[in-house]
Design a protein around this ligand. Structure first.
Ligand SMILES: Cc1ncc(COP(=O)(O)O)c(C=O)c1O
Length: 454
């Protein structure tokens, strides 16, 4: 039962809102969770019911909800100015944040181009890479290499370099052509090899492609861990090999760190695990602690300088969004980074990741847990119909939906990715909260998969 106030909000929600990634016909049959406030790792609905935020509000939240220092940073900035344009002018927080971002980013990234969402950051990277080669006098270099099951956001350019059929197939006729290569999804190796002996054989088709077509290829775009297709972690050394191939064949490397940046994997950026420096890097989500929509594309001087020319040459990067470099967003992002330093968040993530790793071992007892994939606090649990054969669940089994529904009944928000259950908590999570959340997740998976243990 919900209160009359809750009921009235549900009716208005049904009347007026079209929710993202949501089949509204189904949604109208549910009783939606309407969040009113948050505190730490908890979210509270309009009637005061508490829920663990076990997916950090779509992987954005770093320091918990309603963190006093972050809230304060927004208020302090709002008392000065909330927004003024970055088109041809500057503002204080965007300058100070850009300096900080360059200090903490992989070596060689020297310039920050702001926007409002991860997908926009990807669009910008693609357009910059494309235009870079025009300016360098190599206009044939137009193509993009992408990975099977890649996800880079939902705008048309980002969808063009994406490859999640479920989301993207319907738009195929709208997309620009791309070259697709295998991602090292080792649990279901596309070449049926074993990681211990394969010597990353799945890189060979990419090497061949680059060898044959590098005159046509502008850039390769890659997620260092494929997030939305199921937290698919790369084997150690793979990203380095991609970097080497891009350098060898004169192809720009775009690393999409929208999901993996800002401590999520136990380093500031996933690139840092291997000391890889991309030519362009996209960031978003955790940048503002999950408080406001700021994202950015970082580039090397080499890319930036290709756009410097006399006004008349029209080599300007003609791209910008109304809220680019928004002061409130940049101010809270700076405070987020201050807190990362003073609370040593990266070390905290490593410690909590170890706590989670130990608890997660127990999940292997469940009959339908196929593989647990973890890098820091970026964790996916692939559920399978048959553990031995790795037979996948059918979309219509709604296995992930069931996990989410049960978790909610037990007091936790958990948005799954099809048959992949997720554990991606706010980075500030403590040991006790991890134990509580993983208990709920274990029970939810057990319930959704009919309670069977090995
Ligand atoms: C790797 C990656 N790139 C880009 C995006 C798109 O970001 P946004 O939803 O902010 O547009 C996402 C979102 O999940 C992502 O995981």
């Amino acid at each position: 039962m919900v209160s009359p106030q809750y009921q009235s909000l549900i009716e208005k929600d049904f009347s007026y809102i079209w929710h993202p990634f949501t089949q509204m016909q189904d949604y109208m049959l549910t009783d939606p969770l309407i969040v009113e406030r948050g505190e730490g790792v908890m979210l509270y609905d309009v009637d005061g019911r508490a829920y663990y935020d076990s997916v950090a509000s779509i992987w954005t939240n770093t320091l918990g909800h309603h963190h006093p220092a972050l809230t304060d940073a927004i208020i302090r900035q709002a008392q000065k100015v909330a927004h003024s344009t970055l088109l041809g002018h500057a503002n204080v927080p965007s300058i100070l944040l850009a300096e900080r971002l360059i200090q903490i980013s992989p070596e060689g990234l020297r310039k920050v181009f702001y926007c409002d969402s991860g997908a926009e950051a990807v669009e910008i990277a693609l357009k910059m890479a494309f235009q870079y080669w025009q300016h360098k006098g190599r206009p044939k270099k137009k193509a993009f290499v992408k990975f099977v099951e890649a996800y880079h956001g939902d705008t048309i350019g980002a969808v063009s370099v994406g490859a999640v059929d479920m989301f993207h197939a319907v738009y195929r006729d709208l997309l620009f052509p791309t070259l697709e290569v295998m991602y090292p999804y080792c649990y279901r190796c596309p070449l049926n090899k074993e990681l211990s002996t394969c010597q990353h054989a799945c890189l060979e088709p990419l090497r061949d492609l680059l060898a044959q077509r590098s005159d046509d290829i502008a850039a390769l775009i890659v997620e260092p861990i494929q997030g939305s297709s199921g937290i698919i972690t790369m084997p150690q050394g793979y990203l380095t090999q991609l970097r080497e191939l891009c350098t060898e064949y004169d192809v720009l490397m775009i690393v999409d760190e929208v999901a993996t940046g800002f401590g999520r994997t136990g380093q500031m950026f996933a690139c840092d695990h291997e000391g890889v420096s991309p030519d362009l890097m996209t960031i978003g989500k955790g940048l503002t602690g999950g408080y406001l929509p700021v994202a950015a594309t970082l580039t090397s001087d080499e890319v930036y300088e290709a756009f410097l020319a006399p006004y008349e040459d029209r080599k300007t990067f003609f791209h910008g969004h109304t809220f680019t470099g928004n002061q409130l967003g940049c101010a809270v992002a700076i405070e987020n980074l201050n807190q990362f330093e003073s609370l040593d968040i990266i070390e905290h993530v490593r410690e909590m990741a170890e706590v989670a790793r130990v608890v997660l071992a127990r999940f292997n007892d469940l009959e339908h847990v196929g593989e647990i994939r973890q890098k820091g606090l970026f964790i996916g649990i692939e559920l399978v119909k048959d553990k031995q054969t790795k037979e996948a669940y059918d979309w219509n089994d709604r296995i992930g939906v069931k996990v989410g529904e049960r978790a909610r009944e037990l007091g936790m928000i958990n948005r799954t990715l099809g048959p992949i259950a997720l554990f991606i908590p706010p980075l500030i999570v403590n040991q006790q909260e991890i134990l509580a959340m993983l208990d709920i997740l274990y029970e939810s998976i057990k319930w959704a998969t009919n309670g069977e243990t090995v």
